[in-house]
Design a protein around this ligand. Structure first.
Ligand SMILES: Cc1cc2nc3c(=O)[nH]c(=O)nc-3n(C[C@H](O)[C@H](O)[C@H](O)COP(=O)(O)OP(=O)(O)OC[C@H]3O[C@@H](n4cnc5c(N)ncnc54)[C@H](O)[C@@H]3O)c2cc1C
Length: 465
C-alpha cells in the first residue's frame, strides 16, 4: 500500500520509518530543499552549520532514544552531566546549578532542588513542594485538568510565592514553549516536572554530535529509501483533492520552475505539516467539521535562533545554560557541546531569543546588537572593558510560526492522529500525544500515525476475509 505523506520533519520521517517496518510504501513530499522542518540546518560558505533551533535531547525521550537505537546511531548523542545551570542576573557572569545525584527518582530531583540555595529559600521550596502535591498524587489526570490555568494562575492558586516563578519558571516557560508564565498553560510545566521528577534520567540532557539534518534526519531518510520508500524535496502540497464522497482522491503538488502542477495518488494520505499550513489547505467541506474546526485554537509561536562566532573562548561550560535574561531563553557554547562544531580556541554561541513576538520583524543587525548588549550581563569579563572579544560573524534563523503556542485550553484543540476522513491521517508535534511540542512529541506522533494506519488497515483486511 502506498502512503503519501506531506512534510519531512521528524513526524513525517518517523511515520514513514514505522510504515516501512509495517510493510507499507511511504512517499514523502517536502516543500523545502532540506529535511527536518524545525530541526533543519544549513552550511554557510565557510562550512559552518547554523540551525533552526538549539536542540536538546532528554533522558525522558523514550521514542527518540528507541529510534536512534533502531538506526544504530545512539553514539551520536553526547550526554552531559546531570545538572541544570542557570545564570544569576544579580551576579553577572556567575551560575547556579541544580545537581542531580546518583539516586533513584524522585529522590535525585528532590535532592537537586533542596541542595540549591542560590535561587530559592527553604520556605519557598517547601511551599512549592506542597503546591505540587496534587500533581504528584493524582498524576496525569490532574495535569490535564489544569490546562484551564496559565502557569502564573496555577502558582497563585497553589499559594506558591511569586519569587519562585521569577527565579525559576520564567526561564522554564521560555525554554519549553518560547513564552512567559502568564501565557503558558500550566499543563506544559506540570508535564515536564512530572517527567523530570518521575524518571531518574528524565532531565539528563544530550546534544547531537553535529547538525540535526545530517546526523539525525539523513539516517532516517536513508532507512526509508533503502527499504523502498521515497522522499521528494522541493515538492509542496498545494491542494488536497477530494472524491465526491469527501475523502482524499489525491494530493495536488506544486510544479517548480515553470513546470505544471501534478496530481499524486496513493491508497492513504498523511499530513505531517505543521498545523498552520494544514489549516490553510483544509478542503472547504472539511472546515465545518468539529474535528477540523478545533484546529483553529492552535497557532505557531514566533522564535529566533541566533548564532554568534567570536574570536576567542567565552566559556568552557559544556552544557545548556538558562540565561534568565529578558531577551533570551536558553543558550550553549556549541564549540564545547557539539563534536562537529568543536573549536578549542573560539566560541560559537547558539542562543534562543524568546518571546520573539516584538523582534521577529526586526532586522538581523538590530537583533544582534540587542543580543550583544544582553551578553554583556552574561559574560561581563569578555564583553566589557578594554579587551573585548570580537564578533566574527553571525547567522539568525527566524521562525514566525514554530511549535504551537501552548496557552490554556489548547489541549482540547489537539487532534488525534486518526481523522473523520477514512483515508486521511495527521502526524506532527501538535497532534495529541503525551510529549507536547518537542522532538519526542513529533517522533511519537509519527509512530502513532503509522500504528493507527496499520491497525485500521489490518481490521479492513480481516473483515474482508
Ligand atoms: C528554536 C527551536 C528550539 C527547539 N528546541 C527543542 C529542544 O531543545 N528539544 C525538543 O525536543 N524540541 C525542540 N524544538 C521543537 C522541535 O523542533 C519540534 O517540536 C519538532 O521538530 C516538530 O516536528 P514536526 O515534524 O512535527 O514539524 P516540522 O518540523 O515543522 O515539520 C513539518 C514539515 O512540513 C513541511 N511542509 C509545510 N508545508 C508543506 C507543504 N505544503 N507541502 C509539503 N511539506 C510541507 C515543512 O517544510 C516541514 O519540513 C525546538 C523548536 C524550535 C523552533
Amino acid at each position: 500500500m502506498r502512503v503519501l505523506i506531506a512534510g519531512a520533519g521528524l513526524a513525517g520521517l518517523s511515520c514513514a520509518k514505522y510504515l516501512i517496518d509495517a510493510g507499507y510504501t511511504p512517499i514523502i513530499l517536502e516543500r523545502r530543499d532540506v529535511l527536518g522542518g524545525k530541526v533543519a540546518a544549513w552550511k554557510d560558505k565557510d562550512g559552518d552549520w547554523y540551525e533552526t533551533g538549539l536542540h536538546i535531547f532528554f533522558g525522558a525521550y523514550p521514542n527518540v532514544l528507541q529510534l536512534f537505537k533502531e538506526l544504530n546511531i545512539e553514539t551520536r548523542l553526547q550526554w552531559k552531566k546531570h545538572t541544570m545551570i542557570f545564570n544569576q542576573p544579580n551576579a553577572p557572569g556567575t551560575y547556579s546549578q541544580f545537581n542531580f545525584p546518583d539516586l533513584p527518582a524522585p529522590f535525585n530531583g528532590i535532592a537537586a532542588i533542596l541542595r540549591n540555595n542560590d535561587m530559592l529559600t527553604w520556605s519557598e521550596k517547601i511551599r512549592f513542594g506542597i503546591g505540587l502535591l496534587p500533581a504528584m498524587i493524582q498524576g496525569q489526570k490532574y495535569v490535564e485538568a489544569m490546562d484551564k490555568y496559565s502557569w502564573s494562575e496555577w502558582m497563585r492558586k497553589q499559594n506558591i510565592p511569586s519569587r519562585v516563578e521569577k527565579e525559576v519558571f520564567i526561564a522554564m516557560s521560555k525554554a519549553l514553549n518560547f513564552i512567559r508564565p502568564e501565557e503558558i498553560s500550566s499543563t506544559i510545566l506540570l508535564t515536564a516536572l512530572n517527567r523530570f521528577l518521575q524518571e531518574k534520567n528524565g532531565s539528563k540532557m544530550a546534544f547531537l554530535d553535529g547538525s540535526p539534518t545530517e546526523r539525525m534526519c539523513q539516517p532516517i531518510a536513508d532507512y526509508i529509501t533503502k527499504h523502498g520508500g521515497e522522499i521528494r524535496l522541493n515538492s509542496s502540497l498545494k491542494e488536497i483533492l477530494l472524491t465526491p464522497d469527501g475523502i482524499v482522491e489525491g494530493f495536488l503538488v506544486r510544479g517548480l520552475s515553470g513546470k505544471p502542477d501534478y496530481v499524486e495518488n496513493a491508497d492513504l494520505y498523511v499530513s505531517a505539516m505543521p498545523v498552520d499550513p494544514l489549516k490553510v489547505l483544509l478542503p472547504k467541506s472539511w472546515q465545518q467539521q468539529d474535528f477540523f474546526q478545533r484546529l483553529n485554537g492552535l497557532k505557531g509561536v514566533p522564535v529566533i535562533n541566533v548564532h554568534l562566532w567570536f574570536d576567542r573562548k567565552l566559556t568552557d561550560i559544556d552544557h545548556l545554560l538558562f540565561s534568565r535574561s529578558p531577551l533570551l531563553s536558553v543558550y550553549a557554547d556549541m564549540s564545547n557541546t557539539c563534536r562537529e562544531y568543536s573549536n578549542r580556541d573560539c566560541s560559537m554561541l547558539e542562543l534562543v531569543l524568546a518571546p520573539a513576538k516584538d523582534w521577529i520583524s526586526k532586522s538581523d543587525e538590530c537583533i544582534v546588537q540587542a543580543v550583544l548588549a544582553e551578553l554583556e550581563k552574561l559574560f561581563p569579563q569578555h564583553l566589557t572593558g578594554n579587551n573585548k572579544v570580537k564578533l566574527l560573524k553571525y547567522h539568525l534563523v527566524k521562525t514566525p510560526l514554530s511549535v504551537y503556542k501552548a496557552i490554556p485550553g489548547c489541549q482540547e484543540c489537539r487532534p488525534s492522529q486518526e481523522t473523520p476522513i477514512s483515508n486521511f491521517y495527521l502526524a506532527g508535534d501538535y497532534t495529541m500525544q503525551r510529549y507536547l511540542a518537542s522532538m519526542e512529541g513529533a517522533v511519537l506522533s509519527g509512530k502513532l500515525t503509522a500504528g493507527a494506519i496499520t491497525k485500521a488497515h489490518s481490521e479492513v483486511n480481516s473483515s474482508n476475509l
